[in-house]
Design a protein around this ligand. Structure first.
Ligand code: F6R
Length: 242
């Protein structure tokens, strides 16, 4: 694994955006695996900035996102589709027909997951997968557990996640209880993986995930078995790593 040490969140965002830009420049018709969450927001903003300056062209790029809530329509501002549209897709010249997320409005979980596996296979494979890191080591919605789930699957969110998300919804009943997520095998099949991490609150999990035992209890630890992973993290997130 290659570790790139950034000064702070902005520096991390710029460095990560540089790596994504390089991928788009080297292979204009590349497949990008994308993530939501707070960490990559600055990375997307930087990509938009370079696009506006004429330095980047997304017209031939295909994207597949890691995950989506089950039961949330695309126009709900908490859906991951909405997030991607808001932070990237609506701001660059990407072909929306080439942007994919699991279909959160498909009630049949088996169908939603099988359809998404097919979408990913039809892209020909992910060239560069962007990942954030959960405080418990999750990647996508692959939560600590006894096994590594291989492909797209439906996850029931823990009670604490549902409660934590309550602040974004009118009532607890409106909070999604399930999500569709890419599996670990799919993530590991990406040719290159870029993990972005920022903040002291992630320092402990960075150490565990990338320098500890490889175990489904810390799902990101499996990334130690991939031969082309770049971790771009700021000093705070790397503060427990020598
Ligand atoms: C996002 C995702 C999650 C986040 C992780 C970190 O699509 O799948 O695994 O990457 O929860 O989130 P932040 O960046 O908000 O700390």
């Amino acid at each position: 694994m290659k570790i790139i040490r950034a000064k702070d969140y902005n520096d991390m965002s710029r460095k990560a955006a540089n790596i994504i830009s390089a991928q788009v420049i080297i292979k204009p018709n590349c497949v990008l695996g994308l993530a939501t969450g707070s960490t990559p927001i600055g990375t997307y903003a930087q990509l938009v900035d370079w696009y506006n300056k004429g330095d980047l062209d997304f017209s031939d790029v295909t994207t597949v996102n890691l995950d989506e809530y089950k039961g949330l329509p695309r126009d709900n501002d908490q859906s991951y589709y909405y997030f991607m549209n808001d932070n990237l897709f609506s701001k660059v010249n990407i072909n929306l027909d080439r942007t994919f997320l699991p279909d959160g409005m498909e009630p049949d979980s088996d169908k939603a997951c099988a359809d998404y596996n097919k979408v990913i296979a039809e892209t020909g494979g992910v060239d560069l997968q962007l990942l954030g890191l959960g405080h418990n080591g999750h990647i996508g919605f692959n939560e600590p557990g006894a096994i590594f789930e291989a492909e797209t699957h439906c996850v029931t969110l823990t009670e604490s996640t549902v409660k934590a998300n309550q602040r974004f919804f009118a009532s607890i009943d409106d909070v999604p209880k399930q999500a569709y997520t890419m599996g670990i095998k799919t993530i590991m099949q990406a040719k290159k993986i870029l993990v972005v991490v920022s903040g002291e609150d992630k320092a402990k999990i960075v150490k565990e995930a990338f320098f500890g035992a490889i175990t489904p209890q810390v799902q990101a630890s499996v990334l130690q078995l991939h031969n082309d992973v770049i971790l771009v993290a700021d000093e705070a997130a790397l503060s427990l790593v020598k």
